[in-house]
Design a protein around this ligand. Structure first.
Ligand SMILES: Cc1cc2nc3c(=O)[nH]c(=O)nc-3n(C[C@H](O)[C@H](O)[C@H](O)COP(=O)(O)O)c2cc1C
Length: 184
């Protein structure tokens, strides 16, 4: 593990993916609040092995985390580091969201991460034609009237204050000593 610039405490970074920008916005708010660097996982410079702890963020698209393949490719590195995972979705905290995430993430990873669910934004006019079509079909066939309306008409649940529990966890991790060092 590499040392923090000040020579003490754990050094972390944010790794995110985002299709329509809301997860990127949350990553940016977390970056501003904590000074952690933020990397889009699709960019070549996204290397989690350089950090002591990780903050991972991804939207839920079609009942899966968008970056689930990246997570699987980087599984060993993630499992070796304290990890906060934030999901961004239309659905709020609950059994439905937990089941989607657990269904597409390795079981050991799901129990390793500290998961925080944030709610995002969906504006029908921003969507690709295929996503728009899929969401219209989803909305017309969804038995849940609230979810159906959201799929058809969109929603905006973006809330800057919802990053606070993530920021608190990051501050706790930053305060932790590296192995072999005394804690504060
Ligand atoms: C094509 C598509 C599929 C989606 N599928 C789900 C889903 O399965 N469950 C859910 O809760 N939200 C779903 N959403 C809502 C997104 O999670 C939400 O819009 C999120 O803020 C998108 O993140 P992004 O702006 O970073 O791409 C979907 C949105 C889109 C556009």
């Amino acid at each position: 593990m590499i040392q923090h610039k000040a020579g003490f405490g754990m050094k972390g970074a944010i790794f995110f993916s985002s299709k329509y920008g809301s997860t990127a916005q949350y990553a940016e708010w977390i970056r501003e609040a904590t000074d952690l660097p933020a990397f889009d996982v699709d960019k070549a410079n996204a290397d989690p092995s350089q950090y002591d702890f990780l903050v991972l963020g991804s939207p839920v698209l079609y009942h899966k985390l968008m970056f689930h393949k990246w997570v699987k490719r980087n599984l060993a590195g993630i499992m070796a580091r304290p990890t906060i995972l934030f999901s961004v979705s239309g659905a709020g905290v609950g059994a439905k969201l937990d089941a989607w995430l657990a269904g597409h993430l390795p079981a050991e990873l799901f129990s390793h991460v500290q998961h925080i669910a944030l709610r995002g934004r969906q504006d029908p006019k921003d969507l690709s034609w295929l996503d728009r079509l899929m969401l219209i079909i989803g909305g017309l066939t969804n038995d849940d009237p609230v979810a159906s309306k959201e799929e058809l008409k969109g929603f905006d649940f973006m809330d800057k204050s919802s990053i606070e529990p993530i920021v608190e966890k990051i501050v706790q991790l930053q305060g932790k000593a590296l192995p072999g060092q005394k804690g504060t």
